[in-house]
Design a protein around this ligand. Structure first.
Ligand code: CNA
Length: 239
């Protein structure tokens, strides 16, 4: 309770907040993360999820990739939770400058956030690997097997950053700018072990660093405030 009060006052006092988050932000919306006990890495599949979610695997075993993508990655009925909604509200109030996310589920935008830096892309966007024609997630969902382009017949690829692929340069630059200019950085729902995304928080030079995560992270000792509670529950109490 004391920690919640501290977070409330830090938020009240700042008009330059940046949020950096990961898969744990969406678990309370029913989307599994990677590394929790009930996360995707602890479930049994034909191949390890790390292997499936890689650039080479996508092009070598596109059918297996899409089976995993359609049944495990696409979140069919997920709705924003109190964390997504709270962050959108802080932005409307002019207090929060940006949400920087490793998530690919689009829930921050669904909650009303406008300034969202998607470090790992979005599964809501999909492109033909040859002619670059755009396809919605509904097209991917409804396709049988491997989705192909209606114009040129080539394979469609989700606009997400797979292992072995580079992050978008503009997203990195935007993230660095927001983090380095922030006064209060709130990090939440991320194990902080996926690089280079996790390294971006090293650009923080502001006054207060808050970490809200169910499990321990390698950065806990650097934070001014660590809250080990479900992040949606935390935001419900703060706003
Ligand atoms: P991760 O490595 O799975 O870590 C998630 C962290 O969140 C863990 O430390 C958990 O303890 C913590 N956590 C889980 N639920 C909660 C909660 N309710 N409140 C607070 N903490 C919680 O995920 P990261 O984001 O760190 O790893 C980066 C990967 C995961 C990115 O490439 C994402 O694209 C990828 N991912 C995204 C989604 C999504 O878009 N929703 C889902 C699964 C994986």
């Amino acid at each position: 309770m004391e920690k919640i009060e501290k977070l409330k006052s830090l938020i009240n006092e700042s008009n330059n907040i940046v949020f950096f988050g990961g898969a744990g932000v969406s678990t309370e919306s029913g989307i599994p993360d990677f590394r929790s006990v009930d996360g995707l890495y602890n479930q049994k599949f034909e191949y390890q999820p790390e292997e499936i979610l890689s650039h080479n695997f996508f092009f070598k075993h596109t059918d297996v990739y899409y089976k995993f993508h359609k049944t495990r990655l696409i979140s069919y009925d997920a709705k924003p939770n109190d964390c997504h909604l709270g962050l959108a509200e802080l932005e409307r109030l002019g207090k929060l400058k940006a949400v920087i996310t490793q998530n690919i589920d689009g829930l921050h935008q669904m909650a009303g956030s406008k300034n969202v830096v998607e470090l790992h892309g979005s599964m809501l966007r999909n492109y033909c690997t040859k002619c670059k024609e755009f396809y919605s997630v509904d097209y991917i969902k409804q396709s049988e097997g491997i989705p192909t382009c209606t114009k040129c017949g080539s394979i469609i690829k989700p606009d997400i950053v797979l292992y072995g692929e580079s992050l978008n340069q503009k997203s990195i630059q935007d993230a660095i700018r927001y983090i380095s200019e922030a006064e209060l950085l709130i990090i939440g729902g991320t194990s902080l072990v996926v690089y280079p995304a996790a390294s971006l928080i090293e650009y923080f030079r502001g006054d207060n660093l808050v970490l809200i995560n169910k499990g321990e992270t390698p950065r806990d000792s650097l934070a001014d405030l660590v809250i080990r509670e479900p992040i949606g529950k935390v935001f419900k109490q703060v706003l």
